[in-house]
Design a protein around this ligand. Structure first.
Ligand code: F6P
Length: 466
């Protein structure tokens, strides 16, 4: 069995002292542990200059190779092109996307530098799996350095419709770079369709069969691999957490009132201001719930050096204050807004106590919070998920109350419906969603992708090429 080389923007080197972290990090670590391998990427730390050599940390059969980024690289590659250009563009926020030649150059420079540092670590029969929008050019850079074996790429975010992508001055090179991989995976059919649309209509490529794209002189296997959550982990955590400190305290403060919960990184793609507006509309239109229900929004700060993230934080503080000022009472607050970070185990307990889970992004690759909310429920008394149709998760969790997050009246009606829904309907909807969550776990996602990566001919022959 060949080794696995995982490349991602951020690498969390496990700390022998703490057994925290979960999700994707654990799933990939498990895959690395099976046959040994390397996890390469940014350490999450900045320095005056980008490190000359990666720091190598060996833990069992896994080597973590991480680089500190210099301020210039961090600003241009991470804060700049990745998070001020690609992120808004991939989430359909052309109004927020900034096109700076300097940041684009920085993005290419860091990808090329990462490839320089990674190349000597790769052995001939390693499988290479690159993750996410920060590292799209990585495959092309590695090919240019003689890496000939199977290389896969998975995009965790949405892939935008062709008309949106065309606004990016460097769209052609970006898609050509994606075609340097042998397998390109997307979260949903929508993303896959958008990619193929671009390849066929803009790049004049073609589909050779249901899954193989021919473009830019290469054959690429394209497929949908919806990401999931760890099997059994949230269920067990939620069951344990309701008996413990934080969840118990939360339950006491609720005083028999219902709770609605939202948990998101503080990001404009998550639709939090729109959610607050919908909650306000709900208070307005369903007065019987005033004093009877609270919404808790947990939104840990993220990418705080990017101006658009500072702006949304200010906006949310204003809105939360306004709603509480308008509807709150001396013994009841309608909206609890926290930017504090909580452990996933604690969140699992909060989810289980919440009658309604509110997951209403304006656009999201998948949204694992939706799946975590479902997995955390008490099977006998499950809560109701209100889910944006624009989250990738809506494809699988179609038994949720699906909403359009821009439609405040519609979301307000769904919040009300979630609160008054019969226990029988709650159970039916929950069972249907839980089956999907169980079936398509994080482990199943990983194995499906790696199986395809193992089976593609490498490099994929270009039929008809001279
Ligand atoms: O795909 C979204 C993503 O980039 C994830 O890979 C990551 O875990 C999350 O957003 C957080 O982003 P950041 O690394 O910028 O804090």
């Amino acid at each position: 069995m060949s080794r696995l080389v995982v490349v991602s923007n951020r690498v969390a080197v496990p700390d022998a002292q703490s057994a925290t972290t979960g999700g994707l990090a654990v799933a990939l670590r498990d895959a690395l542990q099976t046959n040994g391998g390397i996890w390469f990427g940014w350490s999450g730390k900045t320095a005056a200059h980008t490190a000359e050599q990666p720091t190598m940390t060996e833990i069992g059969p896994v080597t973590y190779a991480t680089l500190d980024l210099g301020r210039k690289d961090y600003n241009e590659y991470y804060n700049g092109f990745a998070n001020r250009t690609l992120w808004p563009l991939f989430h359909y926020r052309l109004d927020l996307a900034e096109f700076s030649h300097q940041n684009y150059t920085g993005y290419l420079r860091v990808n090329s530098l990462f490839a320089d540092k990674l190349r000597p670590l790769i052995e001939d029969d390693d499988q290479v799996w690159v993750h996410d929008y920060h590292l799209i050019p990585m495959g092309r850079e590695l090919r240019a350095r003689g890496v000939g074996q199977a290389m896969g790429f998975f995009l965790h975010t949405p892939f935008p419709a062709m008309e949106v992508l065309l606004a990016l001055p460097s769209h052609a090179l970006l898609v050509e770079s994606l075609c340097a991989y042998d397998v390109v995976g997307f979260q949903t059919e929508n993303d896959l369709r958008a990619f193929r649309d671009y390849v066929i209509h803009e790049a004049k490529g073609e589909m050779l069969d249901d899954q193989t794209v021919r473009a830019f002189g290469r054959l690429v296997h394209t497929e949908v691999f919806p990401i999931g959550i760890e099997r059994g982990q949230m269920e067990a955590a939620a069951e344990a957490a309701v008996e413990q400190g934080a969840a118990r305290r939360l339950e006491r403060t609720l005083n028999n009132r219902n709770l609605m919960i939202g948990v998101d990184r503080l990001d404009y793609s998550k639709g939090i201001p729109e959610r607050f507006r919908s909650f306000e509309r709900f208070m307005e239109q369903y007065p019987a719930h005033r004093g009877q229900v609270s919404m808790m929004q947990i939104a840990p700060l993220s990418r705080s050096e990017v101006p658009e993230y500072k702006a949304i934080r200010d906006q949310l503080e204003g809105l939360a204050g306004y709603i509480n000022g308008r509807y709150g009472d001396f013994d009841w607050m309608p909206l609890h807004y926290l930017t504090k970070n909580f452990q996933r185990e604690t969140l699992a307990g909060f989810f289980r106590l919440s009658r309604v889970g509110v997951v209403t992004p304006l656009r999201d690759g998948m949204n694992l919070v939706a799946k975590e909310y479902v997995a955390s429920q008490d099977p006998n008394y499950p809560g109701v998920l209100v889910l944006s149709r624009f989250a990738g998760a809506a494809r699988e969790l179609d038994a949720a109350l699906l909403v359009n997050p821009y439609d405040h009246d519609g979301v307000a009606a769904a919040l009300n419906k979630g609160l008054v829904m019969s226990l029988e309907e709650r159970r039916e909807r929950w069972q249907s969603m839980m089956e999907k969550v169980r079936e398509n776990s994080l482990e199943a996602w990983r194995e499906r992708f790696l199986k395809v990566l193992r089976s593609v001919p490498t490099p994929m022959p270009v039929k008809g090429a001279r």
